[in-house]
Design a protein around this ligand. Structure first.
Ligand code: PGA
Ligand code: ZN
Length: 424
């Protein structure tokens, strides 16, 4: 019988140059699985706890305590257990931790191990990770949401909104959609360069110029789409991640520094409605703050039948919080970030709840990433239909897109692999 033989962890680097946790799981048939945990910057308050050492090393950001938890607590706990029983493995982790949010072991410890167990199991069976996690039913290539202008907490420019994304919808394959995005990205670079502004990029590989409003990025991106020979609103749609929890001031209002404006929830909703009238925006993530549930009700009422409203900081990949949102008819979609909840089984439970409640799922990276491509396989395994993992630049983002190209090559193109989220 195949059993877990050894588990160990080390501290490695993420894409921002901060330490993060890498776990290795070895099975008694010699198979191995390695996984690296990502890390967010604009984190939701109710996310599972990322353990940081808080000492002198790396300005407090060391993760040796999480590494120690894997080596000294999790390794003996899981030793000799069946790696194919993911839910049982994850339950052991939850039970050992004893809290609701992995505040003892650290979600960076639990998730790294949870992912490495799945990888080792796939390797042991000799099947790709998406096939192991999703079975024969894993077949949908996700549509990408590509973040090509960065602002907010992910860049030091003047733009308040965190992410300006393009969604290529009118393409038969993921490969063709990626080509379109790359062409648009490079046109955008020319436009920004031509304006005499920096083409340096933010944390997720999108450009981060200083612009005079939160609307200007939409103008520039629309021009780039046209310059690249595509049609906005037909081939390519637009999406925002406002990450509005980061904009809330002491009075609970939303501060748009670049425009010198302070808006109420209702005024910000009006602002979005105006943008949606002018541009082909089909998705807005975290349009209001994580505590502004009344505002979210209003937002959903006003825009929910036209626009995908994605809860990220709002739902933090948590079944209980998502259920509250479903009960209150708040948002209509959820961002899926495994490290917000701390293990694979709970992530999968949240995806199942969303899917059976008619909420769309977007698999997502974090702004602090690595070469680990787990989420690419995970998106296909769960038939999520959408993935958000940065621009078409920087290896930490490209690694996921390249993995998706390989998956598409493997599963082949057919009507079943096409994503049906957006109308063609
Ligand atoms: P984060 O950003 O990883 O910094 O939280 C990503 C997002 O908000 O979607
Ligand atoms: Zn977000």
């Amino acid at each position: 019988m195949v059993l877990i033989d050894d588990i160990y962890a080390i501290e490695v680097m993420d894409s921002r140059g901060n330490p993060t946790v890498q776990a290795t799981v070895v099975l008694n048939d010699g198979s191995e699985g390695v996984a690296i945990c990502p890390s967010g910057a604009s984190t939701g308050k109710r996310e599972a706890v990322e353990l940081r050492d808080g000492d002198k090393r790396y300005a407090g950001k060391g993760v040796l305590s999480a590494v120690d938890n894997i080596n000294n607590i999790i390794a003996p706990l899981l030793d000799g257990h069946n790696p194919f029983n993911q839910i049982y493995i994850d339950r052991l982790l939850q039970k050992e931790d004893g809290s609701e949010n992995y505040s003892n072991l650290g979600a960076n410890a639990s998730l790294a191990v949870s992912m490495a167990v799945a990888r080792a199991s796939a390797n042991s069976l000799g099947v790709p990770l998406y096939r192991y996690l999703g079975g024969a039913n894993a077949m949908t290539m996700p549509v990408g949401m590509f973040n090509i202008i960065n602002g907010g907490e992910h860049a030091n420019n003047s733009v308040d909104f965190q992410e300006y994304m393009i969604i290529p919808t009118n393409f038969e394959t993921f490969a063709l959609s990626l080509r379109a995005v790359s062409e648009i990205y490079n046109e955008l670079k020319k436009i920004i360069d031509g304006m005499g502004m920096t083409t340096a990029v933010g944390d997720e590989g999108g450009f981060a110029p200083n612009l005079k409003s939160n609307e200007e990025p939409l103008e520039l991106i629309t021009k780039a789409i046209v310059d690249a020979g595509y049609e906005p609103g037909k081939d390519i749609f637009l999406a925002l991640d406002v990450a509005a929890s980061e904009l809330v001031d002491d009075d609970g209002k939303y501060l748009l520094k670049s425009e010198n404006k302070t808006l109420s929830s209702a005024e910000l909703v009006e602002y979005y409605k105006n943008l949606c009238d002018k541009y082909p925006i089909v998705s807005i993530e975290d349009g209001l703050g994580e505590d502004d549930w009344d505002g979210w009700s209003y937002l959903t009422e006003q825009l929910g039948d036209k626009v995908q409203l994605v809860g990220d900081d709002l739902f933090v990949t948590n079944t209980k919080i998502l259920q509250q949102g479903i009960d209150k008819s708040i948002a209509n979609s959820i961002l899926i970030k495994p490290n917000q909840i701390g293990d694979l089984s709970q992530t999968m439970a949240t995806v199942r709840l969303a899917q059976r409640s008619g909420y769309r799922c977007v698999m997502s990276h974090r702004s602090g990433e690595s070469e680990d491509t787990f989420i690419a396989d995970f998106a296909v395994a769960l038939n999520c239909g959408q993935i958000k993992t940065g621009s078409t630049a920087r290896s930490d983002r490209i690694a996921k897109y390249n993995r998706l190209l390989n998956i598409e090559h493997e599963i082949g193109y057919s009507e079943y692999t096409q994503n049906m989220v957006y109308e063609r």
